[in-house]
Design a protein around this ligand. Sequence first.
Ligand code: ADP
Ligand code: MG
Length: 318
Amino acid sequence: MPSEFEIIRRFFTYPAPHAVLGVGDDAALVKIAKGKELVVSTDMLVCGTHFLPGADPYQLGYKALAVNLSDMAAMGATPRWSTLSLALPEADEKWLKPFAKGFMDLARAERVDLIGGDTTRGPLNICVQIMGEVPEGKALRRDGAKVGDEIWVSGRLGDAALALAHLQNRIQLGAQESLVCLNKLHTPAVRVTLGRHLLGLAHSAIDISDGLLADLGHILERSEVAAVIEFTALPRSAVLQKYLKHDVALHALLAGGDDYELCFTAPKKNGGRLAKLSRKLKLPLTRIGNIKRGRGLTLLGVAGKRIAWSSKGYDHFG
Ligand code: ADP
Ligand code: MG
């Protein structure tokens, strides 16, 4: 079995072109560009809470970084540096190798340096910290939504939650259908490029990790505004649409976590530029509603009928 120091050297030491000093000293050194703010976030994946024992190590490595990159995307930040703190039950090379590859494949694709971390024995726990840069005063915050803004989301919602429901036998998807959805659950796309392009276009943003209604709710609370959302406008995959008569799929669309798409608000006048951006990035950007004066979230169904919902579940459509 490799020692702690062999593990660090063999699996977690890589060039760090954006850092002054990376892995190997008591701490790493980084330099923030002039006119930029440092953006910092951390997210932990705990065995039994966020994933099951026996989860695929490549996907875990990938996802541990992906969920952190998603927070950078939601701020409009450019991610630069990451740290990785690991508690491992044992020094299993067969696990460490694919885990490190999953993490580093995404890190390289997004040009994020791994500049440090900690490695210790314990119940499997993966804690990633991500640091990035954003032009001073320009970050996309949750408190920036303005009355009259339009509400947008990227991609399609609910497939990841649908996949989880499939794994938990709460719904049965076809083989091909489950493959597509499971892929979204285990290796979610990161919207870093979109986030960066939204600087100057959007007033506020959040990444959808806990479900559209809950996460949009955070924007509304912090911005002290209300929202009206149109159910029919919510972007969904053909698979989700097919199963929509099941409560499980409906719940996935409205409140399913783990999609890591962005929800953002933007002034009406930027609609054309956002449509253009959608074509440029080959990523659906969909207008789903409007920001209003007041508090709370109203969900409208077919023919403008209100849909009653609560965080626990949904009443039926009007
Ligand atoms: P210290 O005893 O000062 O905490 P460590 O021996 O824990 O130092 O770590 C040595 C170096 O390896 C440090 O640069 C640390 O940031 C890095 N490191 C440790 N674990 C990891 C890891 N899992 N991923 C990346 N870097 C790591
Ligand atoms: Mg240490």
